[in-house]
Ligand binder design. Structure first.
Ligand code: TYC
Length: 104
């Protein structure tokens, strides 16, 4: 628009925040290691990230074979809480399992 006004065909329309800004989302990236058991990773993906057994297996194998994989995409506070829960459960079970957060 050249004059930065809405083309409303003569009807005056109040301009109420036109831009729809999406909330920023963050990826929780699960990281591989040599010590955490595959079974524990499946338990975490199903329990914390609400994945089906089939999806949990797919993600776990992606991480195991390629070094990292996306466990889920969430708003910041949800991503942070899931990583904290993962870290605490892993520590409790004495596994070095870790996850990172990246902007999606
Ligand atoms: N690499 C681990 C093993 O061979 C399995 C594993 C998968 C660990 C995914 C961490 O995020 C992970 N036991």
């Amino acid at each position: 628009m050249s004059d930065r006004q809405d083309q409303t065909g003569g009807v005056v329309k109040e301009r109420v925040k036109v831009e729809k800004k999406e909330p920023t989302l963050y990826k929780v990236i699960l990281l591989n290691d040599d010590y955490t058991t595959m079974e524990f990773v499946l338990h975490v993906l199903e329990g914390i990230f609400q994945k089906s057994p089939a999806e949990a297996y797919r993600i776990m194998m992606q991480v195991h074979l390629n070094g990292s994989g996306i466990a889920g995409v969430y708003p910041w506070e949800v991503a942070e809480t899931k990583v904290e829960t993962l870290t605490s459960q892993a520590k409790q079970a004495q596994y070095p399992l870790r996850a990172a957060i990246e902007e999606a």
